[in-house]
Ligand binder design. Structure first.
Ligand code: NAD
Length: 549
């Protein structure tokens, strides 16, 4: 352990709470605490100015400062000192936002014991000293905060909580990439992260995007863990990515990049170890090249090393459209629950790639009027309804939506705020934020993308009574049919389209109802209910397996 004597500043105005924290710190066994206690922010900042403080224990609601501002003022004065938030149960969303803004952790007063308090402080200091910023990204903080909120509400065993807060394995690679017409060889960054190895092999997509980093890939891996557990699939979560903008790449370039990346991470993946699939910027061709590269290395064909590959190479019928189909199954269940008649509903879809275009297609088949769609180039709005067939044809020909004639061009920001019944973000993370959440005008938000809604926005939408189908539930159709593909591959037995869609439908509907039931029974929002369903299952498995050695 790094520290045996910790100088702490406790900023807390409630005398009873302060006494409780002081008594818990006194009982600490592994380290001793030297605690200075003050009851206003001004006194706390004055003490920090004198130096010699290792950690700040901070109540956010003080006589001279309120809420997030309290944390921001401490952070501005002492950016390098770890801050642990002390909160009441009614304020955990606020505490979560402080962690999203850079606090190291939060603890609920009245629900902690001495060992938990001591450990949280120790870990906070160790992380700051190790400058373990490699994980740090807004998306990873969002994933951690969603997890911590669920952990708090389900009273999760603290050992498990600490264990699940970071991925179990992560590989960072750099490798050379030659463009077709350029003299220079680019050095690019790639990642593969496995979050939980307890449940079986790990599973998760590979993303090619210019914003990919270790934190983002780790967040996506964490969400995959909850998603697989929620759907009761025998996988832990993983994710991979390469930090490139693939939009201008030729097929040759894409293939070169994919083959080299695969050989860099080849020790980590395998049909019984970790099974990649498509995600943003990758498709079934990319999966075919990964499968071929892996097979060349081991000396025989291993189709089960990836899912989402072309059907002729052992891909599953229905995999390509599975995520979009699953989103629409979830929307159908939610509409039934909310008493919405789909044939009288309008929908807006952000992103017109694999997920978004299939959501549009299947919603249109249900009689929903698609009034706006978008991609990276533009949004297209037509209040009388867009023809999904024409949109698909246009994109097939022109690659992007820009220039589509039968609608008005609008920005992605405008698109999200259109009045509609169903809004399906199916492109990027962090699209619905504190800024635009008050102006979102849908009744049902179906998250096709991963992490499209920030923590603050989530709270606002819930308060405004918008029904949310969270990403871990709504977009789980992709990994579910990936699982079918893997099973078919390992058994060398192909299922029919009907069999696949029927099984997918049942799994999606079961997951929707178990989430809804938990949400109603425990008075939780749908996201927290879905996360708790998943986390609960992983916790049971972890406790049963025990610890090696
Ligand atoms: P994709 O690459 O096929 O499509 C992405 C779409 O988003 C494209 O139309 C692109 O032009 C658009 N886009 C990019 N930047 C945009 C921006 N700034 N504004 C609006 N649109 C933008 O990717 P995909 O596979 O459809 O994945 C989309 C989302 O769904 C991602 O968050 C991904 O993690 C998630 N997801 C995908 C799957 C799957 O099976 N493919 C499964 C689960 C979740």
């Amino acid at each position: 352990m790094a520290t045996s004597f910790i100088r702490s500043l406790l900023i807390e105005d409630n005398v009873v709470h302060a006494r409780l924290i002081l008594s818990l710190l006194e009982k600490a066994e592994a380290v001793s605490f030297d605690v200075v206690h003050v009851d206003t922010l001004a006194a706390g900042l004055a003490r920090l100015e004198r130096g010699d403080i290792d950690v700040v224990l901070l109540d956010l609601v003080l006589p001279d400062s309120q809420e997030l501002d309290t944390f921001m003022r401490v952070r501005a004065d002492v950016p390098d000192i770890p801050v642990v938030i002390l909160t009441g149960l009614e304020d955990i969303n606020l505490a979560g936002r402080a962690v999203e803004a850079g606090a190291q952790a939060y603890l609920v007063k009245g629900q902690i014991n001495s060992a938990q308090l001591e450990r949280s402080i120790r870990y906070a200091i160790e992380r700051t000293r190790a400058q373990s910023g490699e994980w740090d990204s807004p998306m990873f903080r969002l994933a951690q905060q969603q997890f911590l909120k669920a952990a708090q509400l389900m009273n999760l065993d603290d050992n498990i909580r600490q264990r699940l807060l970071f991925p179990q394995r992560a590989q960072v690679v750099t490798f050379p990439f030659r463009r077709d017409k350029h003299e220079q060889v680019e050095t690019v960054f790639g990642y593969r992260v496995q979050h939980v190895l307890t449940m079986g092999p790990t599973k998760g997509g590979i993303r090619y995007h210019q914003d990919v980093n270790l934190g983002e890939v780790s967040a996506l891996a964490m969400w995959m863990s909850w998603k697989c557990a929620l759907m009761q699939l025998p996988y832990g979560g993983a994710k991979g990515g390469v930090r490139v903008d693939p939009t201008g790449f030729s097929r040759k370039e894409l293939q070169r990049l994919t083959r080299r990346f695969t050989s860099e991470i080849i020790g980590m993946i395998g049909p019984d170890k970790d099974i990649p699939a498509p995600d943003m910027g990758t498709d079934e061709n990319v999966m075919a090249w990964i499968m071929d590269t892996y097979s060349q290395q081991v000396g025989y064909s291993v189709p089960e090393v990836v899912t989402g590959k072309p059907v002729v190479l052992g891909g599953s019928l229905g995999r390509k459209e599975a995520t979009g189909r699953g989103v629409v199954y979830a929307i159908e269940d939610a509409a039934k629950h909310l008493g919405m008649k789909l044939s009288q509903c309008t929908a807006v879809i952000q992103g017109f790639g694999n997920v978004g275009s299939h959501v549009a297609r299947f919603l249109a088949e249900d009689g929903v009027k698609i009034i706006a769609v978008s991609d990276a180039t533009t949004g297209i709005y037509n209040p009388h309804g867009l023809s999904v067939g024409s949109l698909l044809e246009y994109v097939r020909e022109h690659r992007f939506l820009e220039g589509f004639p039968d609608g008005e061009a609008i920005s992605n920001a405008e698109l999200l705020e259109l009045p509609c019944d169903i809004l399906a973000p199916a492109a990027l993370q962090n699209q619905i934020t504190l800024d635009n959440a008050p102006r979102i005008k849908c009744k049902l938000l179906a998250e096709g993308a991963n992490g499209p809604t920030s923590l603050e926005a989530d709270e606002i939408l819930n308060d405004r009574g918008i029904f949310i189908l969270p990403d871990v539930l709504a977009n789980a159709g992709g990994v579910t049919v990936s699982y079918f593909e893997w099973v078919q591959g390992t058994q060398n037995y192909m299922w029919s389209h009907e069999e696949i869609n029927g099984r997918l439908h049942k799994i999606m509907t079961d997951a929707f109802h178990s989430t809804l039931q938990r949400s109603q029974r425990d008075h939780l929002d749908m996201r927290t209910a879905a996360l708790i369903e998943g986390i609960d299952r992983i916790t049971q498995a972890k406790l049963l397996r025990g610890i090696f050695p």
